[in-house]
Design a protein around this ligand. Sequence first.
Ligand code: SF4
Ligand code: SF4
Length: 362
Amino acid sequence: MSEVLFFSYSKDMGPLSGLQRLLLKSPLPDMIATGVSVAIKLHMGELGNIRYLRPSFVRTVVDMVRKRKGKPFLFDTVTAYPGERRTKEKYLKTAAKNGFVRASVNAPILIAGDKDDFRTIPITNPIDGCQLREAKIPNQLLQSAFMVVLSHVKGHELTGMGGAVKNLGMGCVSTETKRAQHYVNMPEFKEDSDCNDCGKCVNVCPNDAIEMIEGKPARSIAECTACGSCYFTCPERCWAWPPGSREKLQIYLGHAASAVVSTFTGKIAYVNFIQDVVPLCDCIAKSGKPVVQDVGIAFSLDPVAIDMASFDLIDQSPIIPGSTTVKPPDILGKMHDTNSLVQLQTAEKLRLGSMKYELVSI
Ligand code: SF4
Ligand code: SF4
């Protein structure tokens, strides 16, 4: 059973003071040795999204690391799909617009792009039909002596809930490894849909994988990189994820996360921010309105336990009237027609952590 420290927003203390207290009560300060490089991994938000992690939270973590004489830097990877974080340059511009600049966070911001160096970490003994045999992890990240993973816990179109495991498995790997995971959920055109021949899917596809034939889109699987842009762009919802592909993606995600964690054994900690729990992830500009009341902040050395605790805390938080018709358990999974626990079950089987936890309120 793993320990999860928890600061509840129901306490009579502001969120930033609560975060400071949580960090001080955690083993994190004692784990940071003088002079070591500390990667602070986070998602800085797609352009237009307003639910991503606030820079003031990140600054609080940076200040703590600096106080322990560590050398912090903010870290993320470029996206595999087209958007305002597709390249290093675009990502840094978006981060600045979202408030992440040196002056606000007091740390350098490093983004790993496609041309950077990666180390290939083999995935030995995959389980549950996973075909992923390796994960490519940026050297910039691997050169750090410690990693603090900051995750905004919210919904995700494919994984139901997205938290620390998602941040590790998709957020810490190369574009190639992101795509290798997403190939299991390549969107398919629904033959019985009401396609209006608008051509938007053709225009949005970054790989020219779609052409219109007799008023319907035809997609070349060989050209498709499973970026999902056609799915999200189609005004008539003519594209769908293949049955079972959401769960498959979660299985792949667990494997990629285990590869990342294997390179940071004993040198990694997790902070989950359970607030702004919206239906969609921070990669989407219109990620929706919160579905439950803000919960609080959790800390753990176990990514599975912290996600499991976040999952339970979301289910226990009052639903915001009118936001959703689904009921616990697994509010976010039900909103996306999947079981959010598949990623955690996979990660647990891969010995990444434990779904059993002890919640310790601070
Ligand atoms: S066909 Fe769709 S999922 Fe595939 S690359 Fe094009 S836009 Fe992306
Ligand atoms: S975007 Fe949708 S409606 Fe428009 S052509 Fe493509 S499938 Fe048809």
